[in-house]
Design a protein around this ligand. Structure first.
Ligand code: 13P
Ligand code: SF4
Length: 339
């Protein structure tokens, strides 16, 4: 059975019904931030208003580093549950709250701890590398954790003669096999957002915008990556569209990142990559979108939902995360400047 790591608000906690509709949420969140010495960390897939009120917006690796380094008393994690768990693993003396405890991830869901334990047991001589989009229990069974921005670098640093199992994202794993020349055994998970894009529709969109470049996340299937001009983590995609001379981009990742792109390069045009029916609604993560400004305010008032891992699990999950931080390339200039 999965270990409980996220705890809901207790009895008497304030709920959405109690929020005065005239309340200035932005001002209240900023007041609570000062009062509680809190830091708000947000992923690029959060709605624009949440990105704008955050102290730091980043990709999974940037956010892990921030969570490990902060001197705030409370970390308010606007992303999904596994990210808040990572914050608790790396900063156990901080209170880690999140707007919605139900904000999961299809990759994490695809890789239940019991099934992963059996997979690991079938490959006793393999190094176990896992994507950060996994539960704390699966992390605790891993040798190394990686994100999309450091995976290639970390896998290249592992002994060439040692076989590897990689989970839970089979598209990221297959991409890394192609890039590193390894033959990692892959867990069959996928991201429900990135597997929706259509290479045919992207090519069609490109035909009507001949100058547009395609930037894709490696969670996309191979067919999408084949029609892409740049492949990388959310941070790397943002850097690419900001620094490249092209004026138009097709963005094959969660569409809320376009908010940050428009802020960084307002003179450029960004098109969300379409799905098979030609629409772009498929590019919204249903887990990330559970978080709202109201829930962000409430989790700061209630100091819940909060994440607290049992100490033995936390310590086991910490080791592969620490290895990841040690082996990661240094933060990019843009990541360091994003505060
Ligand atoms: P990165 O922000 O590390 O690129 O990951 C994307 C993602 O899917 C987060 O859930
Ligand atoms: Fe998980 Fe995909 Fe949502 Fe990221 S975008 S949190 S990988 S479901």
């Amino acid at each position: 059975m999965k270990t409980e790591t996220v705890f809901p608000p207790g009895q008497g906690a304030m709920s959405e019904r109690d929020i005065d509709p005239l309340l200035d949420l932005e001002a209240e969140i900023n007041r609570l931030k000062r009062e509680k010495n809190a830091v708000i960390l947000a992923h690029y897939y959060q709605e624009g208003e949440i990105q704008d009120i955050a102290d730091f917006v980043g990709d999974s690796l940037d956010l892990s580093r921030k969570a490990a380094q902060t001197d705030a008393d409370m970390i308010v994690f606007c992303g999904v549950r596994f990210m808040a768990e990572v914050a608790n693993i790396l900063s156990p003396d901080k209170k880690v709250v999140l707007p919605d405890a139900a904000a999961g991830c299809s990759l994490e869901d695809s890789c239940q701890p019991e099934a992963y334990a059996a997979f690991r047991a079938q490959h006793p001589d393999h190094i176990a590398v896992n994507y950060i989009n996994s539960s704390a229990e699966v992390k605790a069974m891993s040798d190394y954790i990686v994100t999309s921005s450091n995976a290639e670098h970390i896998i290249n640093s592992l002994p060439k003669d040692k076989p590897i199992i990689f989970g839970p994202d089979r598209h990221l794993g297959a991409y890394l096999n192609r890039k590193t020349g390894r033959d990692m055994v892959l867990w069959p998970g996928t991201c429900i957002v990135h597997e929706q894009f259509s290479a045919r529709e992207i090519t069609r969109l490109k035909d009507s915008h001949p100058g547009a470049l395609v930037a894709a996340h490696p969670e996309c299937p191979e067919g999408i990556l084949e029609v892409s001009d740049h492949i990388g983590s959310t941070r790397s995609i943002l850097d690419f569209v900001t620094t490249n001379k092209a004026k138009e981009f097709i963005v094959a990742t969660e569409q809320n990142i376009i908010h940050q792109m428009q802020k960084s390069a307002p003179e450029k045009t960004f098109y969300p990559a379409p799905g098979a029916d030609g629409s772009c609604n498929c590019a919204q993560c249903p887990f990330m979108e559970l978080n709202t400004m109201e829930k962000l305010y409430l989790c700061m008032v209630n100091e819940a939902p909060f994440v607290k891992l049992p100490e033995d699990l936390r310590v086991k999950a910490l080791r592969p995360l620490e290895r990841m931080l040690e082996l990661s390339p240094p933060a990019t200039k843009s990541a360091a400047a994003a505060e």
